[in-house]
Design a protein around this ligand. Sequence first.
Ligand code: LMR
Length: 332
Amino acid sequence: MRIVKTAVAAAVAFSLMGAVSAQAEEIVIKFSHVTGGSTHPKAVAANEFAKRVNEQMKGKVRVEVFGAGSLFNDDDLLIELIKGKSVQMGSPSLSKFESITKKFRIFDLPFLFDDINAVNRFQKSEHGQTLLRSMEKKGILGLTFWHNGMKQMSANKPLVMPSDAKGLKFRVQQSDVLVAQMEALGASAQKMAFKEVYGALQTGVVDAQENTWSNIYSKKFYQVQDGVTETNHGIIDYAVIVSKRFWSGLPADIRTELETILTQVTDERNKLSYELNQANKAKIMADQNHNVVRQLTAEQRAAWKAAMKPVWAKFEDQIGKDLIAAAVASNN
Ligand code: LMR
């Protein structure tokens, strides 16, 4: 009897100790992304999210941001997030989800969205929110969308008409739509991690690339190219995602608090992404040695559109005509 009592007392003491230490233990969220710089929309948003969580949830949750691909590139991030151990959160571009879902291909259709406001309307619609939740079965939860902006093209030669892209090798993100888009121009495409792009452009492994002003500036791509052509032909935006395994293990009140902070940061930062990209463009134009930015006339831009838009038909059945129509309608 005495032995049983002692064992029970020891078990109680042990479980109390466990509770105390569990309470004292801060939940750590490692947030991985691939961009950097103090004026990059994603880098700023991720840092702001971490700052607010670390202030408002001090002692309960700590967010550690690993930018510039310092923890994982985006391909590895998706694999690791599903496991949910070495990283808990991230924000890859919507073009990098091919291995998880083909539904995000809609975001890569060239000349689909007129501007970032149209993208915003579509993402906030029922269609957009359904897309965000479409990865749950794979172990990834989409919490929100973050904006970067419209894509521009750069190459080691002037790009004015679509025929100028013929024969060039473009670096693209991990997206079959983007490969098809470059092939429609008579160019070829090589999928490549963001971290490798500058070196590949510099050494001539690839000739050209497409990206937003903030990516082109923060990664200095413009310094190893002939110039940047303002095509605004597509978008780079992000899904803020968490490991489902990790997220579902959190207490409900912690999840709610994190979601509230994320919504505040998203609303504030998304409104500023356009200005940030314009500021990055201005910085490129102020670089006396590498300031070539080419504007297109309405006719020239129409020629790019005519050359690239046939890509829609290739992916239409898979993406769904209704979904494409809904995205087009968000332009109005
Ligand atoms: C790229 O790889 O070009 C972009 O997805 C990088 C980013 O996250 O904006």
